[in-house]
Design a protein around this ligand. Structure first.
Ligand SMILES: [Zn+2]
Length: 192
């Protein structure tokens, strides 16, 4: 059976708590929706990331408010002179520190910077159909004209309903997308 999945590219972004937002943008400030994404939205507001070595400006904030987390690519990490761990979203314990700068203030976080581990959000219905269990790591083949690639170590996260658009969606970062020549959204196939 063909196990087709949607492939979506996540650019660098931050997640903030309500308290972080108050510090960076002023007390009671709110995020403005720029673009709806499955399960949340990209905000108009931006922050700057500052490390000992360099800065990254205009980094997107994803709403709604939840925990504090900064997801960057390996290329970004190199520019910033840091080596954040590869983690699944939400698992930031002991991850890398950074300074966040907004128009109203700045915030030094002791941990929260990760390079996102590639993963698939999959609904229970599709997981059953594809023979996938929660937490399983699979291989995904993405075919492009000149850079077809099989991604290994792709973690499957089963959710009652798929909150991220199509019922099976792989999230990869910009480095991974570039490595496989992906431009825009595409499809992949679970091959193992
Ligand atoms: Zn994801």
């Amino acid at each position: 059976m063909e196990r087709k999945i949607f492939v979506d590219i996540s650019a660098r972004h931050v997640h903030l708590t309500r308290e972080n937002m108050d510090v960076l943008f002023g007390k009671g400030s709110e995020l403005t929706v720029k673009k709806m994404l499955g399960g949340g939205f990209a905000a108009e507001e931006r922050v700057t990331l500052v490390s000992q070595k360099d800065t990254l400006q205009n980094v997107t904030i994803l709403g709604p408010f939840r925990y504090t987390q900064v997801e960057i690519s390996m290329t970004d990490a190199r520019k910033l002179g840091m080596q954040p761990p590869i983690r699944i979203s939400g698992n930031t314990k002991g991850s890398a520190p950074i300074k966040l700068v907004g128009p109203a203030g700045e915030l030094d976080i002791e941990e929260g910077v990760i390079v996102a581990k590639r993963h698939i959000h999959i609904s229970q219905v599709v997981a059953d159909e594809y023979g996938i269990v929660n937490g399983q790591e699979v291989k995904v083949r993405v075919e492009t004209p000149d850079r077809t690639l099989v991604f290994e170590d792709v973690l499957c996260r089963i959710q009652a309903e798929a909150p991220f658009g199509p019922p099976a969606t792989m999230h990869i970062d910009t480095d991974e997308a570039n490595a496989s020549g992906i431009v825009g959204s595409t499809y992949g196939y679970i091959v193992d």
